[in-house]
Design a binder for this molecule. Structure first.
Ligand SMILES: NC(=O)c1ccc[n+]([C@@H]2O[C@H](COP(=O)([O-])OP(=O)(O)OC[C@H]3O[C@@H](n4cnc5c(N)ncnc54)[C@H](O)[C@@H]3O)[C@@H](O)[C@H]2O)c1
Length: 375
C-alpha cells in the first residue's frame, strides 16, 4: 500500500474485510504500508494490521515478498509508481484518475502490457450494487434505445479564497499534482460510469472556470496562480447516438458529494444518487398505465436478485460507500488466472482519460473536440 490518506484507509478496510464476506481464490496479506513520514506510516500500519513499513516506495517495489502494489498517492505519482511496479513484475491496483493526462496513461498501459501483470483502476462506483444493477438492466435491453445521459458531481469545499493550494490534503487544488481540477477528480468518475453503462463518447463541448484565480501555495508560502478547473460543464455525443450533459463544481454551496446520473431510454429510465446510494429509481413504460410511475428499488435483495447483496446481510439491510471497495478487491482477486480481467483495467481507464483530455481542451478552445479512443 502506497499512501495512507483517504484511499489508503478505504482500501485497507476493503483488504481486511473482503475475506470475511467473499469466497476468494487468494487471501490478501497486508505485507507493507509505505509513506514518507515514518511516524505516521508506522501508526497507520499498526492500526490497519500491516506487517511492516517503508518510507521510500522504490524499496517497497523492490521487495520480493510483495506481489501486488496499491497506488493510493496523488495523481502525479501514478505514472512513476505504476510503471516501476510493472517493471518489477507486480500486480497493480491504481487509484483514479489513471494519471494526469492521456499521454501519461498511455505509458502506464504500455508498461503493464509489456510486463503482462494484472492491473486495475479504482473506479469504485461501478460496484455500488445499485449502479451494477443499472448496468444489468441496460445490458438486458430493458431501457431500449438510449436517448439521454445526464450526470453531475457537486461539492462546495473550495469556495473560501483563504483556502491554500498544494501540499498534504490540498494537492487537488494544485494542477501540477492533480493534473486538473474537477474534471480529473470528479467528472472522471461520472465519465467512467457513463462509458461502462452507455459506451464510448465521440465528441465533447465544454466550458471550464477557475473562480479563485490565486491562492497561497502551502509548499512555497507564496501567492500563486490557480491552474485547476474549479467547475466544468460539458455536452457529449455518445457513439450510440445518445446525447449527454455532465456538470461538476466545488462551488455548489450545500452539496458535499452529490453524484447523480439519469438515463432515459425508449422503454424505461433509471436514476441514481450517491447520497441515497442503495436505491435505484426506475420508470418502466411497459407497466399498465394506471400503475405506471417511478419505482424506488431498495437494492438489498440478498436472495441473489441484487448484485453483491447475497454476500452481506438479510433482505432490507443496506450497505454503504466502503463496500464498493470490498467488491472491487473481491472481483480483482477472483479474476486472477482467468481470461477476463477485473474492470476497469488501465486500458479502460485510459479511455476515460481521453474524454477528460478532450473536455479540458474544449474548455480552452471553446470548440467541439473529438475524443481519442483506446486501440
Ligand atoms: N476512488 C475514489 O473514489 C477516490 C476518492 C478519493 C481519492 N481518490 C484518488 O486516490 C488518490 C489519493 O487520494 P487521497 O484522497 O487518498 O489523498 P490523500 O491526500 O488523503 O492521501 C495521499 C497519500 O499519498 C501519500 N503520498 C504522496 N506522495 C507520496 C510519495 N511520493 N510516496 C509515498 N506516499 C506519498 C501522502 O502522504 C498521503 O498519505 C488520488 O489519485 C485520488 O484521485 C479516489
Amino acid at each position: 500500500m502506497i499512501g495512507y490518506g483517504f484511499m489508503g484507509r478505504a482500501h485497507s478496510n476493503a483488504f481486511r474485510k473482503v475475506g470475511n464476506f467473499f469466497d476468494l481464490k487468494y487471501q490478501p496479506v497486508l505485507k507493507a504500508a509505505c509513506g514518507r513520514d515514518e511516524e505516521k506510516v508506522k501508526a497507520f500500519a499498526a492500526r490497519w494490521g500491516y506487517e511492516s513499513t517503508e518510507t521510500d516506495w522504490h524499496k517497497l517495489i523492490a521487495r520480493d515478498d510483495i506481489d501486488a502494489v496499491d497506488v493510493c498517492a496523488p495523481n502525479d505519482q501514478h505514472l512513476k509508481m505504476a510503471t516501476a511496479a510493472a517493471k518489477a513484475g507486480k500486480m497493480i491496483l491504481c487509484e483514479k484518475p489513471i494519471a494526469r493526462t492521456g499521454a501519461e496513461g498511455e505509458k502506464m498501459v504500455a508498461a503493464v502490457e509489456k510486463a503482462g501483470v494484472p492491473n486495475m483502476v479504482w473506479y469504485n462506483y461501478r460496484r455500488v450494487p445499485a449502479v451494477t444493477l443499472a448496468k444489468q438492466l441496460i445490458d438486458e435491453g430493458r431501457l431500449g434505445k438510449i436517448f439521454h445521459y445526464r450526470a453531475k458531481f457537486l461539492q462546495d469545499w473550495t469556495i473560501s479564497p483563504e483556502l491554500p493550494q498544494g501540499g498534504a490534503g490540498l494537492w487537488r487544488l494544485d494542477a501540477k499534482a492533480a493534473g486538473s481540477g474537477v474534471t480529473g477528480d470528479l467528472l472522471a468518475h461520472c465519465i467512467d460510469t457513463a462509458l461502462w453503462l452507455n459506451g464510448n463518447i465521440n465528441t465533447v463541448s465544454a466550458m471550464t472556470e477557475t473562480f479563485i484565480k490565486q491562492r497561497t501555495h502551502t509548499l512555497t508560502g507564496k501567492v500563486q496562480k490557480v491552474s485547476i478547473d474549479d467547475a466544468c460543464a460539458f455536452l457529449a455525443r455518445f457513439q450510440n447516438g445518445s446525447l449527454a450533459t455532465f456538470e461538476s463544481t466545488r462551488y455548489a454551496r450545500g452539496h458535499k458529494a452529490l453524484y447523480t446520473f439519469e438515463i432515459n431510454g425508449e422503454k424505461a429510465s433509471i436514476a441514481w444518487d450517491l447520497h441515497d446510494l442503495h436505491r435505484l429509481e426506475y420508470f418502466d413504460h411497459g407497466i399498465e398505465g394506471k400503475l405506471r410511475g417511478w419505482q424506488s428499488i431498495h437494492v438489498t435483495d440478498a436472495g441473489g436478485d441484487h448484485p453483491y447483496m447475497d454476500k452481506w446481510w438479510v433482505p432490507g439491510l443496506q450497505i454503504g460507500y466502503e463496500h464498493s471497495f470490498v467488491h472491487q478487491v473481491a472481483d480483482f482477486i477472483n479474476s486472477l488466472g482467468t481470461k477476463k480481467p477485473a474492470s476497469p483495467t488501465f486500458k479502460d481507464a485510459l479511455e476515460t482519460q481521453y474524454v477528460c483530455d478532450a473536455v479540458l481542451k474544449s474548455g480552452k478552445t471553446g470548440r467541439w473536440e473529438k475524443v481519442k479512443h483506446v486501440k
